[in-house]
Design a protein. Sequence first.
Length: 335
Amino acid sequence: MEVIKFKQIGVSFKGSGSYVPEQILTNEKISQKVDTSDEWIQSRTGISERRISSSGDNVTEMGYKAALSAIKMTNWDIKTIDLIVLATSTPHDLFGSAPSIQAKLGAHNAVAFDLTAACSGFLFALITAAQFLKGGSFKRAIVIGADQLSSFVDWNDRRSCILFGDGAGALAIEATNEFDNFLGFDMRTDGERGSFLNLPTKNNRDSIIDNIDFLKGGFSPINMNGQEVYKFAVREVPIILNNLFRKTKYSSDEVDWLVLHQANQRILDSVGERLKIPREKILSNLAKYGNTSAATIPLVMDEAIRDNRIQQNDIIATSGFGAGLSWGAAIIKWG
Ligand code: ACO
């Protein structure tokens, strides 16, 4: 039987943090590797450069640094954190990287686990953590999105390698019985369309002893049908957000910030147009970091929180979308 420790009803947003590796890969440099150009990449995606992990900058390290920075924005004693959820598709340890982050933080009283939903991962993790808080089981949670897709990109495939970069972001959230700033959510998957974007295992057959084979672990590089993923995003994201506006009785006019998964500037612009949300309300840092998968939403939010664009009580409509196919949306009030 579930033990109810607290009696909170709502979620409050207390802090944010992020981290990106130092190494910069510009469009110019990619053009030395594959047949592309800065002009093509910028006009088709809005991306100018991205960060690439080198030694030391794995998902555990990046996630730890983002989480620590989010915790520093709160006044929390680290030992009061109950839950750490790490959204990632590229863990440093396939058995899970969140417990290593817990150990590095010294968050000894927290339970920590990984959650995988590709570029929807952060949103799915935030929704998951919020349910634990609203259900009264936990009081304080850190939700991290961190990915290192550079390790799984085919650097000879110009149709996909231009898009991705590495990084991490995190939010600190707390249960409260005074108000609820987690205003609504929805989440969807469609495995029928999963082949549009995947990072499949590559199992080389080997033998243990005579007549007993096994499949050696490993992965093939990212496989993507860019046009189908593009069409999926510009169709489904406005639908899920419009449905959520209806459900929560918020309108797109009341949104201060539209925070979409940073996949392609053209996707951001198109979704904004369909929702009638002007460009100045749409957060974007694609030019600097490209698509950092589960990290994009907390990374772009952290920038906007630290430079005071996002203010207390601002209404944020957010949506993540990507491999699975998976997509989700949430409406939150910052603070
Ligand atoms: N440089 C130069 N030319 C290129 C490049 C490149 N890097 N890539 C493709 N081209 C060429 C193609 O070969 C094609 O040439 P052709 O007409 O002679 O055949 C032409 O450019 C047009 O190709 P399209 O694929 O139609 O280009 P499009 O405008 O669709 O842009 C892109 C491609 C940027 C990949 C776009 O489709 C996109 O962003 N899709 C969404 C992908 C995405 O967001 N994926 C991540 C989702 S999140 C997650 O879960 C990981």
